[in-house]
Design a binder for this molecule. Structure first.
Ligand SMILES: [Zn+2]
Length: 198
């Protein structure tokens, strides 16, 4: 079967959903190097099954994503394989997606966009308006855990054009939100490119 390439731009502060089949590879590119990309993966045949960070941490004995690992679902099935990473490992799998309450607490004006609402809007477009909001894979988010257990809030280590690639191991919806966070100094606004079928 021919493998056509699909490219989708995720503008800063917005979210997008793409369908990816089992066996297809995807690349997520950080166009300015400083934009965090909250990423979720849901099974297409049952969106109640999705990538689960807490189950993945058990599976791989690591707090943070690493090349070569599988990400697993809340049913402990492999859903995604981490194939390559041109920025060598500064990603997060611990910090919750930003949401309207987070921005309210930070003093933002009402209606501030959030990754949580970007996820819900994207999945509503896919026909699933009431999905759970799991812990995202926060690509390019540079928040290492120190030996005393505290989390450092650093800016992304990525350079413009840095990318990560994954192979999907199930038929999925992949959602990426180019995080709107502008109340905490951990990123600079840019766009994210999703490429399916690389
Ligand atoms: Zn966010």
């Amino acid at each position: 079967m021919p493998n056509s390439v699909l490219e989708v731009i995720v503008p800063h502060a917005e979210g997008r959903v793409v369908m990816v089949d089992s066996g297809q590879q995807i690349r997520i590119t950080n166009l300015n190097g400083q934009q965090i990309a909250d990423t979720w993966v849901f099974c297409r045949d049952d969106v109640g099954e999705y990538h689960s960070a807490e189950h993945t941490r058990v599976q791989v004995s690591s707090l943070l994503p690493r090349v070569g690992q599988d990400f697993v679902t809340n049913n402990r099935r492999s859903i995604l394989r981490f194939d390559s990473d041109s920025c060598h490992g500064a990603h997060d799998m611990l910090i919750a997606a930003c949401d309207p309450t987070r921005y309210e607490l930070l003093g933002a004006a009402p209606g501030h966009r959030s990754c949580q609402e970007n996820l819900r809007d994207a999945m509503a477009i896919a026909g699933h308006p009431r999905v759970d909001v799991p812990q995202p894979i926060n690509l390019f988010m540079n928040t290492p855990v120190l030996p005393d257990g505290t989390v450092q809030w650093l800016t992304p280590a990525a350079q413009p054009g840095d990318s990560v690639t994954f192979t999907c191991l199930l038929d999925v919806y992949l959602v990426v939100s180019a995080c709107p966070q502008d109340m905490v100094s951990i990123q600079a606004p840019g766009a994210i490119l999703i490429t399916v079928g690389v």
